[in-house]
Design a binder for this molecule. Sequence first.
Ligand SMILES: [Zn+2]
Length: 184
Amino acid sequence: MNAIKQHIPAFVDVEHRPGWIPFDTTDELLNLDVVRRYRDEKFHRWSKSGDHLMVESDEGYEWWVVGFLKDAAAVDLPAWKAKYLARLADGREVTLTDETTPRVWSSCGGHLKLSDGTTAVNVRSERQMAQQAEDRELELQGLCPQCRTAFERTETLQSDGFIKARDVCLSCGRSITSWRPVHT
Ligand SMILES: [Zn+2]
């Protein structure tokens, strides 16, 4: 029997760290709730990178680690390859991978370092960052970035002297938790 453990980055605050979820076939794996949740309207395909199950979206230009596979070899999925939409110094937008000429050496923030010594703009991540900045702006105004309706706020005083604020969107269920110190 194979198993998957959901990947939750260390900085994400969750009450219980996920455990191993058993499955038999690749189909069964892809139908697990915890996996299906990663399928959004921009879904492209599932793939694997080493012992990681990956989800690719936006035609493969965006990806996330879904989880760790106990036996990746037994899972029948294509190999993940990084793919970038790059705006070159001359303004052209081209798709680059680690196999194109030039190749992508490294990616940092919105920039790509290429094998010919030049730097290119990572177009998708530039767009994503603009989107995130816009979302953040709406959140600061107390609005759900998705529905643009006002969040319901619940505040509780924590024993460590911080106020925990939980904003919930009653339309889509999105919630954001934040903390701030009590000023006396
Ligand atoms: Zn909402």
